[in-house]
Structure formats: C-alpha cells, structure tokens
Design a binder for this molecule. Structure first.
Ligand code: DC
Length: 231
C-alpha cells in the first residue's frame, strides 16, 4: 500500500530544513529526501561538463536531467560535497527554475513519498520526509504534516559562511549574504513552483529557536497529526 506518512518541509536556503529533517528521520524511522540536492546535482554535472552556465542551453540541460534521472546517476552526484560549493550555489537557481527540469524531478519526488526506500541500516521506512521549496504546495499538496522553516537572511548567511569555512573554502559574510538574498528572490519570484508557504503549513522561525527547541516543537505537531498511523 502506498505510504501516507508524508511530512513536507519547505523554506529558504540555510533556514535549518536539513538539520530538522535528519533529526526527525532518525526519531521516526522515516526516509528523508533533500530535493535541493537533486537540482544541485544537475548543476554540478553541467559545471563539470564545462557547460556555459551563464547561457544555459535548454535542450542540453533537459536531456542531461533525463539521463541523470533515468540512470539514477543523479543520486551519485547528489552525494558529491561539491554540490555545496560557491560555484554550484551561484548557478543552481537558474537550473531549478527550468519548468521541464522541475517536471522530470517532480515524478522522482512523488515516487519517493509514495514508496520511501529502506533506511541505510536496511530497516523499512515508516514514512517519508521531503524537504525543498514547493513540497507542500506542488509535490505533496496532500501531505498530512507541512512545515515552513525560515530564519532571517543574516542568520542564514552566518550559518552558510561557517559551512564554507568548515569545507575549507574562503568566503566573506557580505558576499554570502548577497548570494542568499539573490537566491531567495529567484526562488520566490520564478514562474514555475515558486517558494511559497502552503496555507496549511506550520511556520517555524529558527532564528528564534535553537535546534532542540525546533525539533521538540515539530515532534509535538507530528505526534498529534500522525497519531493514528504511528501508534
Ligand atoms: O535547499 P537548497 O539550497 O539546497 O536548494 C538549492 C536550490 O534548488 C535553490 O535555489 C532552490 C532550489 N530548489 C527548488 O527550486 N525546489 C526544491 N524543491 C528544492 C530546491
């Protein structure tokens, strides 16, 4: 039977979606999908093929996405740490706004929600958590639990800066902040599946809560909303 335990988590870059998803997946034995990593994987592959990222050739990008998705190579790229480099960050929004690419990726995400893969230790997943920008609005509009995670651009820029430094990259705060603001604008204002809080999503501002408080709050909501199926 198709899985119905689906949690949709949306919000802008650096708001803490990944941290919350990981923690919730561990707690509930759910499989997690970071959909941003799929768009990042396509972008990285194009960069590695030395495609002119300032003038993306649509036909090429769509064909490549189809190939990466059909062969499941997209998952290999998604594991490459370079998907989080500044260069990938610079171009990923241009790739993610291409409607045909989103269409190909949508089916992948819907399938993941309905048939979540086994957990890394081989156990069967009890549900799925999918995180991105349009999960609660477009990909899984019927998800029984939806969160929209946000934080101020300044808080998110500080977190990203730390991430770059930990990765051994050089970066400065003002550039990171400008890049976060530019990506927010692109994600919010694109024509296809813009980032938007679903009407029935619960808003969490992680500038105001630490990781533990955010987890406990989300857990309380999930325990109430998924009571029947988790018992
Ligand atoms: O969450 P992230 O920063 O890894 O996302 C990378 C990019 O992909 C970002 O520009 C938003 C875009 N994205 C999207 O358009 N839809 C999603 N479901 C997930 C990410």
């Amino acid at each position: 039977m198709a899985n119905k335990n689906i949690i949709a988590i949306d919000g802008p870059a650096g708001a803490g979606k990944g941290t919350l998803t990981k923690r919730l997946c561990e707690h509930y034995c759910f499989a997690g999908l970071d959909t941003g990593s799929l768009y990042r994987a396509i972008t990285l592959c194009m960069i590695e093929m030395e495609h002119d990222m300032d003038n993306i050739n649509l036909e090429f990008a769509i064909e490549l996405t189809r190939k990466l998705s059909d062969t499941h190579k997209i998952l290999e790229y998604a594991k490459n740490p370079q998907i989080r480099s500044q260069l990938t960050n610079k171009y990923v929004a241009s790739v993610a706004k291409i409607p045909e690419i989103r269409d190909i990726m949508r089916q992948y995400q819907v399938d993941f929600g309905l048939n979540p893969p086994n957990l890394e230790d081989g156990r069967k997943a009890k549900g799925a958590i999918i995180e991105g920008r349009d999960i609660g609005t477009v990909i899984c509009p019927d998800a029984p639990v939806k969160f929209f995670i946000t934080a101020s651009p300044e808080t998110r820029a500080s977190r990203r800066l730390k991430q770059y430094i930990d990765q051994g990259e050089t970066a400065n705060y003002q550039d990171v902040l400008a890049s976060i603001i530019a990506r927010d604008e692109s994600d919010k204002n694109r024509a296809t599946s813009p980032m938007r809080q679903a009407d029935d999503a619960i808003l969490i501002d992680t500038s105001l809560n630490n990781k533990e408080e955010t987890f406990q709050f989300a857990k309380k909501v999930i325990d109430e909303k998924l009571k029947i199926v988790l018992e």
